[in-house]
Ligand binder design. Structure first.
Ligand code: ZN
Length: 181
């Protein structure tokens, strides 16, 4: 199933850290190889339009690639409930230190977290650490459907696929495998 655009990619544009991580579509190439958005100018242009953060959309390719590597390593480990590999953890820790957060209490007495500056790359690194080791880690999954491999946050405990389309494709693939036996 060759991939021509990102229209059928509902996961792009939800949060910067997932936008960075979900730039490789597993097994979606002509020969069943992975499609790397960073290596496909048309798909990259489409990605830059869809992402939610303008600073992220404008990040140079080299910076994106450099940021993506430890983010994907960390999320991949976290989605398998495995410990974060040391080098990726060290890299993300160092980057995240450049995007501190502060806290303030608003007029209604609510405690709120506030970004206190830093680049979008540093903010994405912090989000990756929070996702990989914070309370949402239990909901972090990697979609096992054919032509996907996206990281997503499960909305239900038994949610196996990132989207309805992926669930349908995975079931169809399973049926055709059974027929071939
Ligand atoms: Zn999927």
């Amino acid at each position: 199933m060759p991939l021509k655009n990102l229209r059928e990619m509902p996961w792009i544009g939800e949060r910067p850290v997932l936008d960075v991580a979900n730039t490789v579509v597993v097994g979606a190439g002509h020969a069943g190889d992975d499609v790397d958005l960073l290596a496909e100018p048309d798909l990259m242009a489409s990605w830059r339009e869809k992402v939610c953060d303008r600073e992220l959309a404008d990040l140079p390719m080299e910076d994106l690639a450099e940021l993506r590597a430890p983010v994907r390593v960390a999320l991949d480990a976290a989605a398998r409930q495995a410990p974060l590999p040391g080098p990726a953890r060290a890299r993300l820790n160092a980057l995240a230190a450049r995007a501190p957060v502060t806290f303030r209490v608003d007029d209604a007495g609510r405690l709120t977290e506030q970004e206190a500056g830093g680049s979008v790359a540093a903010a994405v690194a912090r989000q990756a650490l929070v996702l990989a080791a914070g309370p949402e880690q239990a909901r972090l999954r990697r979609c096992p459907a054919p032509s996907c491999g996206m990281f997503f946050l499960a909305r239900r405990r038994d949610q196996a696929w990132c989207s309805i389309g992926c669930g349908n494709r995975a079931r169809a693939a399973r049926r055709s495998e059974q027929c071939a036996d």
